[in-house]
Design a protein around this ligand. Sequence first.
Ligand SMILES: *Cc1c(COP(=O)(O)O)cnc(C)c1O
Length: 231
Amino acid sequence: MSGVIAENLAKVKQQLAEALIRSGRGEDDCELLVVSKTWPAEVVAEVIDAGHRAFGENKVQEGMEKIPSLPQGVRWHLIGHLQRNKVRKALPLFGTLHGIDSLKLARYTSNLAVELGCHPDVYLQVNLAGEERKSGFSPDDLRRELEELDGLDGLNVLGLMCIPPAVACPEDARPWFARLRELRDELESTSGLSLPGLSMGMSGDYEAAIEEGSTIVRVGSAIFGARNYAV
Ligand SMILES: *Cc1c(COP(=O)(O)O)cnc(C)c1O
């Protein structure tokens, strides 16, 4: 593995561990999802060789090209918005979906999952700031729809996911992370359901996210360097 990627990976793991200790949480309480979108299979293979097993992609097409050429035994997560016409292709590849953002999509994905014999883990994406450009459930949608979502046969709802509005520094993202946790706590106490998962935190702000309760951080550029979307 390129020395730089190995060093970056070690550094992120170290900072993740320190953030957990700082917040009085256990060392296994937050998972590192390495976001490999835009990086070729050869580069990802080096991180797999180094022992990492959980990767995130945001495009089904890219996953279809990359995943079959890489070793088995890797857990692939789809982190982006899932288009309805890609669900059938996504399900056999991705065991975890972070971008389920409406009841309609959840029902449709659940039905196909049952048909295909898959049972993906799911994080419900929440649009906390009500941003028009972002998809996601509003908090009120979830208050109304959580019970039906949780009851869908084909999906295993683990919890909530958010991408906070763009902010100038990581500390500005912290209130959004806190709000996702508080929404989770509220939904758990009103519904009696268990939503242990909080998918929040990226390269610029994962330490703040962990301190606010993240159980899985999605980190790409802090490990691989800046992405080049043109390639
Ligand atoms: C690309 C992406 C990430 C990783 O972003 P970095 O800033 O490179 O860590 C995390 N989550 C989602 C949903 C993404 O699309």
